[in-house]
Ligand binder design. Structure first.
Ligand SMILES: *Cc1c(COP(=O)(O)O)cnc(C)c1O
Length: 226
């Protein structure tokens, strides 16, 4: 199938998931995950209406950046080393994978230099075998430590479900992230919004949408990779 067919199918599936739970499909952003994809493929996706793209490695983002058309928003979605923040601070609109105070401090420092406020999501660990993200009970202290940082704005949470999880397990993981976001909201932290729940990839985005995802991150299912 073409990228266009794949995108149409993803949209159809989002609509079906939304109608099941009374959500508006316009509230779900399709963040195209472009790791291992060429600039030409990325540009094709953008020509079809994709507005936001996600890379998980700084080096790969840098190598494609100049060849991708400019009217798109870049996101970092994967593990980010503090010493690489300086390369992408001016290029990305959101970092989904903030999981330590050290990383947040470096994002704040680099963004202060260029006069920018970076939107970030806190990555929460949901899986036994997946080491990325912090444990749910550590999220509060990380948020409280980030709040005073003037060049960072916390906009929500991100997670990756365990690979190959059953639908029941997926629902548990995604609803737990949503409940965590609601609990954070209820604490009334200043300048912290829970506007974004970044959850759902190629194999599980429909369940994620049913459980409240506002950013899905399909890669293979959009670009025909198995
Ligand atoms: C690779 C990746 C995705 C996309 O995964 P697919 O299975 O290709 O849809 C989404 N989120 C993150 C963090 C990734 O690294």
């Amino acid at each position: 199938m073409s990228i266009k067919d794949n995108l149409d199918l993803i949209k159809t599936n989002i609509e079906a998931a939304c109608s099941k739970c009374g959500r508006n499909p316009d509230d779900v952003l399709i963040l195209a995950v472009t790791k291992t994809r060429s600039a030409a493929e990325i540009n094709e996706a953008i020509s079809l209406g994709i507005t936001d793209i996600g890379e998980n490695r700084v080096q790969e983002l840098m190598s494609k950046y100049d060849d991708v058309v400019k009217n798109v928003r870049w996101h970092i979605i994967g593990h980010l080393q503090s010493n690489k923040v300086k390369y992408i601070a001016d290029k990305v609109c959101m970092i989904h994978s903030v999981e330590s105070l050290k990383l947040a401090s470096e994002i704040n420092r680099q963004c202060e230099k260029i006069g920018k406020v970076m939107d970030i999501l806190i990555e929460v660990n949901s899986g036994e075998e997946n080491k990325d993200g912090i444990d749910p009970d550590e999220v509060y202290s990380l948020i409280e430590a980030i709040i005073p940082m003037k060049n960072i704005c916390i906009k929500g949470l991100m997670t990756m479900a365990p690979l190959g999880a059953s639908e029941e397990k997926l629902r548990m993981v995604f609803s737990a992230l949503r409940n965590l976001s609601l609990d954070i909201l209820s604490r009334g932290y200043k300048n912290v919004s829970m506007q974004y729940l970044s959850m759902g990839m190629s194999d599980d985005y429909a369940v994620a949408v049913e459980e409240g995802s506002t950013i899905i991150r399909p890669g293979r299912s959009l670009f025909n990779v198995n």
